[in-house]
Design a protein around this ligand. Structure first.
Ligand code: GUN
Ligand code: ZN
Length: 435
């Protein structure tokens, strides 16, 4: 049985962190993380490791490095790397002008396969080891995404988009086609290794009530399957949804009346929600994915995180690439901080890092397996090395304590500081070696 030992500082979470009392997290300035057969077996201080008879010479040492649980992206579009940074549109025009044409290219199996590989490599290079992912409408593209994730043994929740109206003909399918393909994909992939399936209506505008109804029936027959979609991102979208579903009380009701609101339902954005809608989301145990870079880029609005929390709606954090402008969860947190600042709110760096690790794992009901560096969990982790960015390295010299250091790392860090990424104990990405 091969055992690996990594030595660096380490930060991990056991609960929502309380910076004042020091509860909910563990920070070790000099730690040894041990894993075998893909699972973490210990995280101890280097001193305790020595005292227990461990040999520090057998550890791979990352001086100046920080071990963190692998980052988790709770909402991202695998086929949209090619539309990142597309100029000058808001949501509905952005979809028409850039996104639908790019997703149509995935009809070509070779292109789809190549892009899915590229997408997963990009996640790993940014320290993201798990994600909830939209594919396109094409079944072979979803297969390619799952195959690529399976080859890397990644923990991934994915789904083929279902849509039966208001998309270009090349992206449309019939009600039956979408449903049959979804059922087949669930059979093929859900629960295979570290893969899970999410039923994936794009958003209310692109599905008929009949399709949402069938999606809801599928979910009630398979309560372990997830639901991912978009909700109340843009004011024009909200208005159009109201016109398409005049019988619904509001946007959340469109999904709820078709059985799509439950504890495994993740709704991206949720910016323009009423009190009633927030209460209903909380009652149903649904989660909202906060996508700050996307919301700023498309001019969608500022998510009122404090309001969400007051209503007891759990929040995930996500890039929403390709409306999102970075694959990096660190950049996402930095923009999230600014979105909160614009509303007189704040985001403690410990809470922010909790959100992209254990917090997102909890929202996605994967916390039995991932989200922290705790014995028994899968060895998904990232080692960041702030010295890889000279600006950040310089700033860290003026930081007083760990909170300040983490905050600087969030605000100034990105993929340059990713030193190594591990998936289930296997190194899958290596940044440049130290100079
Ligand atoms: N709403 C419907 N589809 C999309 C999409 O691809 N990206 C975003 N940000 N919002 C959407
Ligand atoms: Zn999205």
């Amino acid at each position: 049985m091969t055992e690996s030992h990594l030595r660096a500082s380490a930060l991990t979470f056991t609960d929502v962190p309380d910076p004042a009392s020091g509860r909910g997290y563990r920070y070790l300035t000099d730690a040894v993380l041990t894993f075998r057969e893909g699972r973490i077996s210990a995280l101890v201080s280097a001193e305790d490791f020595l005292q227990a008879g461990g040999d520090l010479a057998r550890c791979e040492h990352f001086p100046g490095g920080l071990m963190l649980p692998g980052f988790i992206d709770a909402h991202v579009h695998a086929p949209q790397l090619g539309v990142m940074a597309s100029y000058g549109r808001q949501l509905l025009d952005w979809l028409e002008s850039y996104t639908f044409p790019e997703e149509a290219r995935f009809a070509d199996e070779a292109y789809a396969g190549q892009q899915m590989e590229r997408f997963l490599q990009a996640l790993l290079a940014h320290g993201t080891t798990a994600a909830m992912v939209f594919s396109t409408v094409h079944t072979h593209a979803a297969d390619a995404l799952f195959e690529a994730a399976a080859r890397r043994n990644m923990c991934l929740i994915g789904g083929k988009v279902i849509t039966d109206r208001n998309v270009p003909a090349v992206l449309s399918e019939t009600l039956d086609e979408g449903l049959r393909a979804t059922r087949d994909l669930i059979e093929r992939w859900h629960g295979q290794g570290r893969l899970r399936y999410a039923v994936t209506p794009r958003f209310a505008i692109t599905s008929t009530a009949a399709q949402l109804q069938l999606a809801g029936e599928l979910l009630s027959a398979r309560t372990d399957v997830y639901l991912q979609t978009h909700l109340s991102e843009n004011l024009l979208e909200v208005q159009k949804t109201g016109l398409l579903f005049p019988e619904a009380k509001d946007y959340v009701d469109v999904y709820d009346r078709h059985g799509l609101c439950g504890p495994r339902s993740i709704f991206a954005h949720g910016i323009h929600l009423s009190e009633r809608e927030l209460d209903l989301l909380a009652t149903r145990g649904c989660s909202v994915a906060f996508c700050p870079t996307s919301n700023l880029f498309l001019g969608s609005g500022l998510l009122d995180v404090a309001r969400l929390r007051r209503h007891g709606v759990s929040m995930a954090v996500a890039t929403d690439v390709g409306a999102g402008t970075s694959v990096s969860m660190l950049r996402t947190l930095a923009e999230g901080y600014k979105v909160l600042q614009l509303q007189g709110q704040s985001w403690h760096p410990l809470d922010a890092l909790y959100s992209i690790t254990l917090g997102n794992a909890r929202v996605l009901q994967l916390d039995a397996h991932i989200g922290s560096l705790c014995p028994g969990k899968d060895a998904d982790l990232v080692i960041v090395d702030p010295s890889r960015s000279s600006l950040l390295a310089g700033r860290l010299e003026t930081c007083a304590g760990i909170d300040e250091r983490l905050f600087a790392m969030i605000m100034l860090g990105d993929d340059r500081i990713i030193r190594r990424t591990y998936v289930a104990g296997v190194p899958v990405f290596d940044g440049p070696a130290p100079i």
